[in-house]
Design a protein around this ligand. Structure first.
Ligand SMILES: Cc1ncc(COP(=O)(O)O)c(C=O)c1O
Length: 381
């Protein structure tokens, strides 16, 4: 098998057979001419079912996560919804991290809860708590985010896979924060990987999307059926942009990781800072585990302030390069106040995020410029 960077550039990217165009064309067509009734050309019939641009992306995603099947959706949450509805039934139980992405919890708890899916949220980095939560219910799925959003907790993927499999459940890993370049959950024993491709995979903050990658043929058939029958597919333009972004994932992640480490180390020295949550720092409780199961530590850094909510809000509203915005994983640095932004939907629940916490998505700008920006913002406290 060729190396990651080579697969990123070539998997699913055959030159166009008609013209030799090096970049496979963007197929905006919703439908395909048939050679007589039922005479489909290469199986293409209608855009919700299949589209060559989406196929290219799906092949690229499967090749990069080391999976047999990949499905691309209109958003990360659409991917999660299709996965859960495809593989679970009313009465089934999901165990998920108590700091899972707020939208994932909202989907599982508030939307799928109405349709009979039950859930328990636990600290996934606590093996005993995970085992107890699995034992207590009719658990069919364990849902793991590592590093988690925004608390940057690291959980052991191989151990969680074992705990899930012992109970006959599947392990799903949300690999959005690490990306397949830094972490390969399927190789560590996970059954399914999900992504918000909106983030590092797309990488340029210009295409919302999601993905499910898995090996099992029967499970893939169920997910493929929901993708077709419900229809939350990625649009051709979004799939094309995501493919383009994905080709540079390796170089982007190396640079994101290096700059995030510099920013984390600088933040740690600032008197206003209470704690820096970055798995690359030796004092992070998940540092050794992250070192073992990740290639590098990624571009996400969370930071809490001694001055509480007021200090966090002031810094969030004072940076100039770090744009105050939802989302993450793009070339530009972003600043997020989770408690009122990405995680507002879990405010007041057991998944609530501390009010003195900011989450930084460290982009690809010059590290010194980013630190100067943070310095002037902290100077306003
Ligand atoms: C870790 C994680 N998973 C899933 C999602 C949902 O993805 P999307 O916003 O593309 O629906 C997000 C979005 O922020 C996320 O951060």
């Amino acid at each position: 098998m060729t190396s990651f960077s080579t697969r990123a550039i070539h998997a699913g990217q055959e030159p166009d057979p008609t013209t030799g165009a090096v970049i496979p064309p963007l197929y905006q067509s919703t439908t395909y001419a048939q050679d007589g009734i039922g005479g489909l050309r290469n199986g293409y019939e209608y855009g919700r079912g299949t589209n060559p641009t989406r196929d290219s992306l799906q092949q690229q995603l499967a090749a990069l996560e080391g999976g047999k099947h990949a499905f691309s959706f209109s958003s990360g949450l659409a991917a999660e919804d299709a996965l859960i509805r495809g593989l679970l039934a009313p009465g089934d139980h999901i165990v998920l991290g108590n700091d899972a992405y707020g939208g994932t919890y909202r989907l599982i708890n508030k939307v799928l809860g109405k349709w009979g899916i039950t859930n328990t949220a636990v600290d996934m980095s606590d093996a005993a708590a995970l085992a107890a939560a699995i034992a207590a219910g009719n658990t069919k799925m364990v849902w793991l985010e590592t590093p988690s959003n925004p608390m940057m907790k690291i959980s052991d993927i191989a151990a969680a896979a074992q705990a899930a499999h012992d109970a006959g459940a599947l392990l799903v890993v949300d690999n959005t924060f690490a990306s397949p370049y830094l972490q390969q959950p399927l190789a560590l024993g996970a059954d399914v990987v999900v992504h918000s491709t909106t983030k590092y995979i797309g990488g340029h903050s210009d295409a919302v999307g999601g993905a499910v990658i898995l090996n099992d043929d029967a499970a893939a058939e169920e997910v493929g059926f929901i993708q077709f029958a419900v229809g939350a597919v990625s649009a051709p333009m979004e799939a094309w942009l995501t493919t383009r972004g994905l080709k540079t994932l390796a170089v982007r992640m190396d640079r994101h990781s290096a700059t995030a480490m510099t920013v984390a180390k600088w933040l740690r020295e600032q008197p206003a800072v209470e704690q820096v949550l970055y798995p690359g720092l030796e004092e992070h409780p998940g540092h050794d585990l992250a070192k073992a199961q990740m290639k590098d530590f990624g571009g996400m850094v969370s930071v809490s302030f001694k001055g509480g909510e007021a200090a966090a809000r002031k810094v969030a509203e004072s940076t100039r390069l770090f744009l105050l915005a939802e989302s993450l994983g793009g070339v530009e640095s972003l600043m997020n106040y989770p408690s009122e932004m990405t995680h507002a939907s879990v405010k007041g629940t057991e998944l609530a995020v501390p009010e003195n916490l900011l989450r930084l998505s460290v982009g690809l700008e010059d590290g010194e410029d980013l630190i100067a920006d943070l310095d002037q913002a902290l100077g306003q406290l």
